[in-house]
Design a protein around this ligand. Structure first.
Ligand code: AMP
Length: 215
């Protein structure tokens, strides 16, 4: 199964991708996570991407397409994967189709997580993640069960993304509406697009996505 979780920053793509890894045995491929790792490791791609990411603008297509092309060929992706944050432009969507074709693979679903713009800023600005296992949390909507301790692995180190602030979210939303949302007709024409209500609770959204995948 190959699926794309589609939606604006803060829609809950990462949260649902982590759930689907466990429930459906799929691998989460987040271009944002891969780029952040490249920035931390100061690789050539990381150095090229850093400034754009810090300001909330899109990183160039050639960088992200290259990263995904390499990643989907890896052994752990053979059982299926979830694209989280890719594609984000028409050129990326077309490149993805070519990559999948070359590998004899097919895109099964594109799930659009619809969320009101007003909710996105609050959702994004309260996010944090476990520094050890990467489990995602939110100050109000998904706090850890025990304060300061990761539910998943028990670690006590957490991090917040530098671009999860009100100003940068506005730029990220602008990029979403200018470059990413216009890709949706491409997928509705292919008959693979389904919309879910991303304003619902995490469990309800997970159930709605599962019902699409398991239909
Ligand atoms: P995310 O973690 O998906 O919110 O991505 C964080 C940042 O990484 C974005 O604001 C972009 O600067 C960059 N980024 C991630 N994925 C892509 C992509 N597919 N195309 C271009 N830039 C991306």
């Amino acid at each position: 199964m190959i699926l794309i979780l589609f939606g604006p920053p803060g829609a809950g793509k990462g949260t649902q991708a982590q759930r689907l890894e466990k429930s459906h045995g799929l691998v989460q491929l987040s271009t944002g996570d891969m780029l952040r790792a490249a920035v931390t490791a100061k690789t050539e791609n990381g150095v090229r991407a850093q400034e754009k990411m810090a300001s909330g603008k899109l990183v160039s297509d050639d960088i992200v397409i290259g990263i995904i092309n390499e990643r989907i060929a890896a052994e752990d992706c053979k059982g299926g994967f979830i694209l989280d944050g890719f594609p984000r432009t028409a050129a990326q969507a077309e490149a993805l189709d070519e990559m999948l074709n070359e590998q004899g693979l097919k895109l099964d679903h594109v799930i659009l997580m619809r969320v009101d713009d007003d909710a996105l800023v609050d959702r994004v600005s309260g996010r944090f993640a476990c520094g050890a296992c990467g489990a995602g949390y939110h100050d109000s909507f998904k706090p850890t069960k025990v304060e300061g301790v990761c539910d998943e692995c028990g670690a006590t180190d957490f991090s917040r993304r530098k671009d999860d602030n009100r100003e940068t979210v506005a730029t990220r939303l602008t990029a979403y509406y200018a470059d990413t949302a216009p890709v949706l007709p491409y997928y509705s024409e292919q008959g693979v697009l389904t919309q879910v209500d991303g304003m619902a609770g995490i469990d309800e959204v997970a159930a709605e996505i599962a019902s699409v995948l398991d239909a």
